[in-house]
Ligand binder design. Sequence first.
Ligand code: PAF
Length: 434
Amino acid sequence: VTTVYLGLGSNLGDRQAHLERALARLEQVPGCAVRAVSQWRETAPVGGPPQGPYLNGAAHLETTLPAVALLAVLKEIEREAGRDLDAGRNQPRPIDLDILLYGDERIDSLVLQVPHPRLAERAFVREPLLELGVDPSRLQAAVRPALLDDPEAFAARCAAWIRGGCVTGLVPTMGALHEGHASLVRAARAECDRVAVTVFVNPLQFAAGEDFDAYPRTLEADLAILAREGADLVFAPARGAMYPEGASTRVSVGREAEGLESDSRPGHFVGVATVVAKLLHLAQPTLAFFGEKDAQQLAVIRRMVRDLDVRTGIRACPIVRAADGLALSSRNAYLTSADRAAATVLYRALQTARARFAAGERDPARLLAAAGAVLDGEPRCRVDYLELRREADLAPLPPGPIEDARLLVAAHFGEQGRRVVRLLDNLRLGAIEP
Ligand code: PAF
């Protein structure tokens, strides 16, 4: 016999009668006994079209039914009460029955999530449960996103999603999240039933003397953003969990990693490919989401996934820019206000080249000269590279007029003796981005 807590709600017709009829119906089901019922509470609707207030409460049930069988019973009771089970989310309904807790079990499939994912955040669910004597720590355990630091636990949670029939999405990050990362999570949410975000400042992709130690670590703020964006799970391992003593295997990368970033950050993409391969192996996601700002990283990861037969689809998401055009980056936080203002030169330079391209210019040297002249006009900007590459795979351009190409820039900002910030940006010339 399993102790179950159900959530009940109604906002159509005689609400109290619907709730009481549902409980009476449950009593008739073999293997189900209602042990206690909370008070009914009137609550405002959450989301959906304009609609009347709900009457909500919770019930303590004992049952011999497996969770999925109990769910089928609840759906049948909802259908009998006249609920349209095909209506979308947050529609008005005569009755809504949810399994909030099913013993101590964690169930995370396409059809059923227990503990109920919104259990902790909604007072009209939380309060009736506390009234029925549920230990508050059990509500805490339902807080989303769940935070894990153990690779085994992370892999197990992702595997349960896959077994439960979910399309799963992975958003790898190094934290210090901003609107650009939030857009990746939203893209993942739009395509996936479950979304995991990883937060790990990967030592392998930083060379000695780079900003590994100073890289911003803002886990609390990151979790708040991820809760707002509806991530289901955050995996934030310690260094030793990802690279235990003796870990020495590296993913070797090829042509896509040549030049551009690698010229000033040799070994960087070996570190990126190694950690991304590990994260993809752990999570086995249907899809993984990366930003186009790191265009060369994207090309390296696409190649790695093809070459190593990783069965994850790679999604590229557009660069998110500040109102003045600067591409969002966790490193923007390091800029002084003068350098922050100067850094808009990157996008202005890219746009200048694109305007020339749109006007019919196809000579790569002249396009580069146009962008370069804009960069040269900003004394605070020291260009690391400005290069045109083939759009499809970022390979060097063949000689002759260009067709579809991406212009990539990296530059340093900051005065001698102060922190120097290296920023990246890029723009496709062959198609107009929004
Ligand atoms: O783009 C990043 O933030 C990192 O390079 C990544 C992909 C999370 C790997 O550490």
